[in-house]
Design a protein around this ligand. Structure first.
Ligand SMILES: [Zn+2]
Ligand SMILES: [Zn+2]
Length: 323
C-alpha cells in the first residue's frame, strides 16, 4: 500500500560500499526450490517476522529506530524495512536477538513489490518494467513478494504476467482495515491451480504506529541471519498469521493433518472445489483436524480461523498421490 503517491525518486549513485555488496551478492545467486519446504518437518527455530514495514523515510509516521522499538516491544525477531522506492540506514539496529533486513517497496507500472535483502543505497528506476525489476532484485541476492493484489485490483493474468517472485501477500492488514481488501486467498489458489507453487506471507504493511504487529509471518530458519531467513522465505519454510498459532501440518498416508491453537474453523483446500471445512461443535474449540486428500487434488493448504475471526495460513503441500 502507498499513502503518498508523490514520493520523490532518489537519484544518488550507489556508494562504493553498496557496489561491493552488490558484487558479493551477485556471486551467490539464490536458487529457487523446485518444491516448497514444510517447516514442520525441518530443523530450525521459529522467528516472528514483519516483512512489509514503512517509516518516515517514505510515508510512515515514525523514524526507523522508533519503528524497530515498536516491533521489539511486540515480540518480533526480524523486521524488514520496506519504504517506497528507498532503502534506509540500518547500522546499529540489529543485535543478537533482533534482525533488521534492508528492503524497499517498489511499484513499477502499477504493481507493488516488496523487495527484500537489498544493499543499502540500492536503486530501482521508476520506469522499469515489472519483470526487469524482479530480475534485477533476484540478480543481487534479493527476493520479491507480490504485494496486496486485491487492493490493487489485480487478476490472475496480472499475477501470471511476471515470474520469479518468491511469494505473495495472502493477507495485508492495512489493506483489510482500510477498505476490506486485504485478503488474497483466491489469487493464491488461482496461482497454485495454474501450477505456480508459491508460498504466501501475511504482513501489516505498517504506516501508522497503532497498527504495528497486526499480521506476521512465522519463519523456520536454521540460523538467525538474513541469509537463513531469506533461504526459508524462498523455499516456503514458514506460515502466515494474524492470530492463530500453527503447531504442526503435514500429509501422511494421504491424510492432511494440522495441530493449532484453539480454532472455530479449520479449512483444507486444493484447486477448484477440492476442500473441507471443519467447524467447532458444542462450544468446544478445535485444536486439530484431518482431511483425506482426494487423489485428484493437486495440492493441499490449510487455514485456521479462531473465535475472533483471526486467521493463519499454512503453505501448500503437493499431493504425493497425484499421478
Ligand atoms: Zn503497496
Ligand atoms: Zn506498503
Amino acid at each position: 500500500m502507498q499513502k503518498n503517491r508523490d514520493n520523490k525518486q532518489r537519484n544518488k549513485p550507489l556508494s562504493i560500499h553498496a557496489m561491493v555488496l552488490a558484487v558479493v551478492f551477485f556471486c551467490v545467486l539464490p536458487v529457487r526450490a523446485d518444491e516448497l519446504v514444510n517447516p514442520f518437518l525441518q530443523e530450525g527455530k521459529w522467528f516472528k517476522t514483519a516483512l512489509h514495514v514503512h517509516s518516515n523515510v517514505s510515508d510512515g509516521d515514525v523514524n526507523v529506530p522508533e519503528r524497530m522499538s515498536q516491533y521489539r516491544e511486540k515480540g518480533f525477531d526480524v523486521v524488514a524495512i520496506t519504504d517506497h522506492w528507498k532503502t534506509s540506514a540500518l547500522t546499529g539496529l540489529s543485535d543478537k536477538s533482533f534482525l533488521v533486513i534492508e528492503g524497499m517497496e517498489a511499484h513499477p507500472k502499477g504493481n507493488h513489490f516488496v523487495c527484500l535483502n537489498l544493499p543499502e543505497g540500492f536503486e530501482i528506476p521508476r520506469d522499469i518494467e515489472p519483470q526487469a525489476m524482479i530480475d534485477k532484485v533476484n540478480a543481487i541476492g534479493g527476493g520479491v513478494i507480490y504485494a496486496h493484489p486485491y487492493w490493487l485490483g489485480h487478476t490472475i493474468d496480472d499475477l501470471l504476467s511476471v515470474k520469479g517472485y518468491m511469494g505473495i501477500e495472502v493477507y495485508n492488514s492495512v489493506c483489510e482495515l482500510a477498505i476490506g481488501k486485504g485478503h488474497a486467498e483466491v489469487h493464491w489458489d488461482q496461482l497454485l491451480s495454474k501450477g505456480v507453487i508459491i508460498p504466501a506471507v501475511a504482513t501489516d504493511d505498517v504506516h501508522g504506529s497503532p497498527y504495528v504487529g497486526l499480521a506476521w509471518t512465522m519463519v523456520k530458519a536454521k540460523e538467525f541471519s538474513a541469509k537463513a531467513i531469506m533461504d526459508s522465505l524462498r523455499s516456503g519454510c514458514y506460515y502466515a498469521s494474524c492470530g492463530p498459532v500453527v503447531e504442526d501440518y503435514r500429509v501422511e498416508d494421504g491424510v492432511a493433518k494440522i495441530k493449532c491453537s484453539e480454532a472455530a474453523v479449520i479449512l483444507f483446500g486444493g484447486q477448484t472445489s477440492f476442500g473441507s471445512r471443519i467447524e467447532a461443535k458444542d462450544g468446544k474449540l478445535l485444536t486439530s483436524a484431518e482431511w483425506q486428500v482426494p487423489q485428484d487434488c493437486k495440492y493441499v493448504r490449510a487455514e485456521v480461523i479462531d473465535a475472533q475471526g483471526k486467521r493463519a495460513w499454512v503453505n501448500p503441500i503437493l499431493n504425493p498421490k497425484k499421478p
